[in-house]
Write a protein that binds this ligand. Structure first.
Ligand code: ATR
Length: 278
């Protein structure tokens, strides 16, 4: 694909975070704009701590159409917005901001992005399924809040810090526990297990969120929201035990698809977006 044609009418989209150098969003969003012949360009801004407020005020001043928000600003941006979508308000985090004629509206599309990936990659949804979510941080909150609206049969949240899992579970009619032996029966009974913790990436890339894999069986779908590495130790061990596995690229493409539609009003093709991440 050639570089986007930038002119005096080109409108701006962006992602903000710190760091943002490894983001896959510009590749996905620019490709889709060019494919559809839309006059937008999507860039990444690395925002230093302390400059966030000015960056958000700048969206309005520069008439930026919309931005994605990534680590560590998903919660910190909220005080600077005019409105929150009800789901983003419940989650308490925003990953997409739309500038609607000067009104900044915050959305959270992470959980919906995960659902899109489940459907596109595995033709499955969460209705009547037993779900286990490992982790209770920002990403887990988005996934748990979204999934809890889709009638799963049960949802169990397990976290290194049990109190955080219990707090999240209380508002989502789920079970909250620590990552200990008592998790085994829930894992054995699970149809879908989702790792939302940071364990498996960066400095933790040689570690797994679970201590053993005796619970894994071939009818399970095991997901990791990590996409770099493409196969975490957790996914690899579960795959070797015969389970179906899904990494985080689909969720990234899914949230990108929803964001693109919020920004431009046009539909984005999930498969084309995902291809840009390979
Ligand atoms: P994100 O926004 O990506 O979800 P986060 O909000 O910082 O990031 O959440 C990180 C999650 O990974 C948390 O559930 C965290 O557990 P704690 O609540 O106990 O901190 C989990 N996590 C991070 N490092 C971990 C580790 N070494 N072992 C187990 N869990 C870990």
């Amino acid at each position: 694909m050639t570089s986007p044609k930038i002119s005096g009418t080109t409108q701006l989209l962006a992602v903000i975070g710190n760091p943002v150098s490894h983001t896959g969003s510009p590749a996905m969003q620019n490709f889709m704009c060019q494919t559809l012949g839309l006059d937008y360009v999507y860039v990444a801004f690395n925002i230093e701590q302390g400059h966030l407020k000015n960056a958000i005020l700048g969206i309005r001043s520069l008439n930026i159409v919309g931005i994605n928000v990534t680590i560590p600003y998903k919660e910190q941006v909220i005080p600077f917005l005019d409105q929150l979508d009800p789901l983003a308000e419940r989650i308490g985090a925003v990953n997409t901001i739309v500038n609607q004629n000067g009104t900044l509206i915050g959305y959270n599309t992470d959980g919906q992005g995960f659902l899109v990936a489940l459907m596109k990659e595995q033709q499955t949804d969460v209705k009547n399924k037993h779900i286990v979510v490992l982790g209770a941080g920002g990403a887990a909150k988005a996934i748990v809040h979204t999934l809890s609206q889709k009638k799963p049969k049960s949802m169990t949240i397990a976290n290194r810090t049990p109190e955080t899992a219990i707090d999240l579970a209380k508002i989502c009619q789920a079970t909250g526990i620590g990552i200990t032996k008592e998790l085994d029966p829930f894992l054995k009974n699970a149809d879908i297990v989702i790792n939302t913790t940071a364990v498996g990436m960066g400095q933790l890339k040689d570690q797994s969120p679970v201590s053993h894999y005796n619970w894994v069986h071939p009818h399970q779908l095991i997901c990791d929201i990590i996409y770099n590495p493409a196969e975490t130790l957790f996914l690899k061990q579960c795959r070797l035990k015969g389970a179906v596995t899904l990494n985080g690229k689909g969720m990234l493409a899914g949230q990108g698809q929803i964001a693109f539609e919020l920004f431009t009003g046009f539909c984005a093709d999930y498969n084309l977006l995902k291809k840009q991440l390979n």
